[in-house]
Design a protein around this ligand. Structure first.
Ligand SMILES: Nc1ncnc2c1ncn2[C@@H]1O[C@H](COP(=O)(O)OP(=O)(O)OP(=O)(O)O)[C@@H](O)[C@H]1O
Ligand SMILES: [Mg+2]
Length: 279
């Protein structure tokens, strides 16, 4: 469980670049949830999630992970990062090793895994994200395609087996098939018991997999609730400065006509319903 209590953060205080990224944000991420963080560019999403594992400390307020105050003096951040794994918005920002194997093995190695167990752990993390360990292990992570880089970045986090995986725009820049694969991988991890938090600009993804949505605007949290409410209980999507996807607009129309029209997460679900019950 991750808790933020009245957290605020301003970058470059006292300079002409001063910019307040987070204003008094409180929230909770409960175990085994899938939470999506949405908002326009610059609304504070990436800053927010970097607080979750102590990568940056807030100016005020508290970040608590499983009861541990992340920014307390005596907190061992290694322990926090084993609990909360963060995949960066730009995977290159987290790469440092010369080979994919070294990149993915770094975390588990630091946790004391070695020998055959380490190889097994790296191979299974790479296979989990759809990469062939035999083919990619010796390549430089910097020379991979965008989709492969993102997958290596995710593999390097899952190799540490954190309870919570936090991903910053995991599907941006991926083609349709890669997106689909990643989404189904994330769903699978959640079904195995992992908590997932992901930042995205893609409202279809939110609709498809999120249990809960947190919407940010100008550093403030303006919505926090079930996905269905985000899309249908008002105009929260629009308030956040975002555009509702076609599937939401179509369901809103159907709900005007049929008050009990069920909540559909995918186009296929929606079409099936239209065909079987509303034609
Ligand atoms: N390292 C930094 N130094 C100074 N200002 C920063 C830094 N990182 C972010 N900011 C500023 O803080 C605000 C919030 O940025 P943040 O990156 O958290 O937004 P975001 O919602 O993730 O945006 P995007 O959708 O573009 O990724 C912006 O005004 C941004 O310019
Ligand atoms: Mg961002």
């Amino acid at each position: 469980m991750i808790k933020l209590r009245e957290v605020s953060l301003t970058y470059d205080i006292g300079t002409i670049f001063q910019s307040t990224a987070l204003k008094n944000v409180s929230l909770e991420i409960r175990d085994k949830e899938i939470v999506s963080i949405v908002g326009r560019i610059g609304s504070g999403k990436s800053t927010l999630i970097q607080l979750f594992n102590g990568l940056i400390p807030p100016d005020s307020g508290k970040v608590i992970v499983d009861g541990i105050d992340v920014n307390a003096k005596n907190t061992n951040l290694k322990i926090i990062r084993r609990k909360v794994g963060l995949v960066f918005q730009y995977p290159e920002e987290q790469f440092f090793a010369e080979s994919v194997f070294d990149e993915v093995s770094f975390g588990p190695k630091n946790m004391g895994v070695s020998g055959d167990e380490l190889v097994q752990c790296v191979h299974s993390a790479l296979s989990d994200v759809g990469l062939n360990p035999e083919i990619v292990s010796n390549l430089s992570p910097f020379n991979l395609s965008g989709g492969e880089k993102r997958r290596v970045a995710i593999a390097s986090i899952i190799a540490m087996n954190p309870d919570t995986i936090v991903l910053d725009e995991p599907t941006s820049g991926l083609d349709y098939l890669n997106k689909k694969m990643l989404i189904s991988y994330l769903k699978r991890e959640n079904a195995k018991g992992k908590t997932l938090v992901f930042v995205t600009h893609n409202m279809e993804e939110v609709l498809e997999i999120a249990d809960r949505v947190i919407a940010m605007k100008n550093g403030e949290k303006i919505f926090d609730g079930p996905t269905e409410d985000f899309f249908f209980a008002g105009n929260f999507v629009e308030l956040a400065g975002l555009d509702a996807p076609f599937l939401v607009k179509a369901q809103r129309l159907m709900r005007k006509r049929y008050a009990n029209f069920p909540f559909c997460r995918t186009v296929d679900e929606f079409l099936k319903l239209l065909k079987e019950k509303y034609s």
